[in-house]
Structures are given as structure tokens and as C-alpha cells.
Write a protein that binds this ligand. Structure first.
Ligand SMILES: NC(=O)c1ccc[n+]([C@@H]2O[C@H](COP(=O)([O-])OP(=O)(O)OC[C@H]3O[C@@H](n4cnc5c(N)ncnc54)[C@H](OP(=O)(O)O)[C@@H]3O)[C@@H](O)[C@H]2O)c1
Length: 243
């Protein structure tokens, strides 16, 4: 039992999270797949194919009680988590500028999911992560969080939530790097997913293609020889983006 490698992916119902889950299963991981929606036919199909290597886990990362229940289930099974992928996120309004009416309630929720959701998960799982061999936290960020590269005039909640996720990643890196912990903060590319409420077919990458690249970066970082002296925001191809 001791050589089981556990990973956890949030927002695994569909899109990139589902593809990352599939990719990790292919690599031999046991995966806790955070399921936000009440039902996820895609996850059920994966579970049927992989038996108890795939554990769908009802998980709303904006909700403290939901997180606590999910973390209890994980910790009842294992005290070592090789890899946490904070993937679940929402977009919010992408058209309103500072000259329009802004929906602050919705912005609150975007922050609760994209920024605080990731931090709650990492905070709740930091002991099993640091107790593992991999010790890796992956924050799926976005080019939209890069302040230096920003040309948009809207997308307030999403862009700000990802910038804050970037800062979160640096703070965590500073704390855990001396303990052998690793953080990967990555822009997955423009991916054909459901972020905009329907399948975005204009994306350059399929979820499987983006996931394959990201899992390549994950594999490098899981190597015992890997260490990042300086954390950087990188994209799925490993190219650096300005913070
Ligand atoms: N697609 C792109 O081009 C792109 C570009 C840059 C960055 N990203 C990032 O990539 C990651 C994956 O997004 P995606 O493109 O695959 O979009 P997606 O298809 O919308 O997937 C997001 C996942 O998060 C789930 N989710 C929503 N609210 C949640 C909550 N409160 N708790 C837990 N899970 C929740 C969604 O569930 P439901 O489907 O049931 O709502 C869905 O499974 C996100 O971090 C996103 O910001 C995507």
C-alpha cells in the first residue's frame, strides 16, 4: 500500500481538470477528483474504467464545510499527498469596465473560488503534502493574472483573482522551499473548455493537449533533483511570463 502515489485535482468535473485527472491516472497515480457539480458523467465513466484508483470527491472550494468534509475523507485514507492541483476556477463578468456598473457580489465569489479556494485547499493539505515524496503544489493560474502583460480593460474579478493566486504561490514557495516543498504556478494556454459557460472552440489547445504539457512540467518537478531557486509564472510550454 505504501507505494501508492496520491494526487488531488480540484474542479475535475470537466475541462482541464478532467484531462489532468485522466493524465494522472495514465501515469499510475491514485487520484482524488474534486467534483463540483452534483453529477459528472465524465468522472463516473473514468471511475468505472479505473476502479478505486479514481475517487470522485464532492468539493466546492468556495465552501469551508465542503472542503472540511473532503479533506477528512482524504486524510482517512492517506497521510501522504504527492501532488495537489488547484485547478477549479470561475470567470465572472468579462465585459464591464470601470465606467460600467460592477457586480461586487460576483467578484466576491470569484475570489472565494479562484484565490481563497486554492489557499484553503493548500492550507488544509499542507501536512500530507510535505509528508510525501513529491511535495508539489500546482496552482493553475493564467496569463490574465500577469500585471505587466495586462492589456485588458475588463475581466476585473478573474484577472485580480489570478494575480492574487500568483502572490499566494510565491508566499507558499518562500515557506516550503526550505522544507523541500515545490510550487508550480502555470498558465495552461488558451484551452477549449467551458469557462465561458459553453464550450470555447476558439481555444488553441484541447484539454488533453494542455494537460499533457502541464503533466510534463509536473514530472520534472517531481524529480528529487528539482529545485526552483526563484519561482516564476510559466506557461504550459515552460515559457516565463512577467508577474
Ligand atoms: N480555458 C482557458 O483557456 C484557460 C486559460 C487560462 C487559465 N485557465 C484556468 O484553467 C483552469 C481550469 O479551467 P477550465 O478552462 O478547464 O474551465 P472549466 O471547464 O470551466 O473548468 C473549471 C472547473 O472548476 C469547477 N468549479 C467551478 N466552481 C467551483 C467551485 N466552487 N469549487 C470547485 N470547483 C469548481 C467547474 O465545475 P462546473 O463545470 O460544474 O462549473 C469545472 O469543473 C482554471 O483555473 C482556469 O482559470 C483556463
Amino acid at each position: 500500500m505504501n507505494d501508492i502515489r496520491w494526487a488531488l485535482v480540484t474542479g475535475a468535473d470537466r475541462g482541464l481538470g478532467l484531462a489532468l485527472t485522466q493524465g494522472l491516472l495514465d501515469q499510475g497515480f491514485h487520484v482524488w477528483a474534486g467534483q463540483y457539480a452534483e453529477t459528472s458523467p465524465a468522472l463516473q465513466e473514468l471511475a468505472a474504467a479505473h476502479g478505486d484508483r479514481l475517487r470522485p470527491l464532492r468539493l466546492d472550494i468556495s465552501n469551508a464545510e465542503s472542503i472540511a468534509a473532503a479533506l477528512n475523507a482524504v486524510k482517512a485514507e492517506t497521510d501522504r499527498l504527492e501532488l495537489l492541483i488547484n485547478n477549479g476556477a470561475i470567470l465572472g463578468n468579462i465585459t464591464a469596465t470601470v465606467q460600467d456598473e460592477l457586480d461586487f457580489e460576483e467578484m466576491d465569489q470569484v475570489f472565494r473560488v479562484n484565490t481563497l479556494g486554492a489557499l484553503r485547499m493548500t492550507n488544509g493539505l499542507i501536512d500530507p503534502i510535505l509528508n510525501s515524496t513529491g511535495k508539489l503544489i500546482v496552482n493553475i493560474s493564467s496569463e490574465a493574472g500577469s500585471i505587466r502583460a495586462c492589456k485588458r480593460t475588463a475581466w476585473f474579478a478573474y484577472c485580480m483573482s489570478k494575480s492574487a493566486l500568483n502572490m499566494q504561490s510565491q508566499l507558499i514557495h518562500n515557506q516550503i522551499a526550505p522544507l523541500g516543498g515545490k510550487v508550480l504556478v502555470v498558465h495552461p494556454g488558451h484551452v477549449q473548455t467551458y469557462m465561458q459557460g459553453k464550450l470555447d472552440t476558439s481555444g488553441r489547445l484541447t484539454p488533453a493537449q494542455s494537460a499533457q504539457h502541464i503533466l510534463g512540467l509536473v514530472e520534472q518537478r517531481l524529480s528529487p533533483d528539482w529545485s526552483d531557486e526563484q519561482l516564476a509564472l510559466i506557461d504550459y510550454q515552460g515559457e516565463r511570463w512577467p508577474w
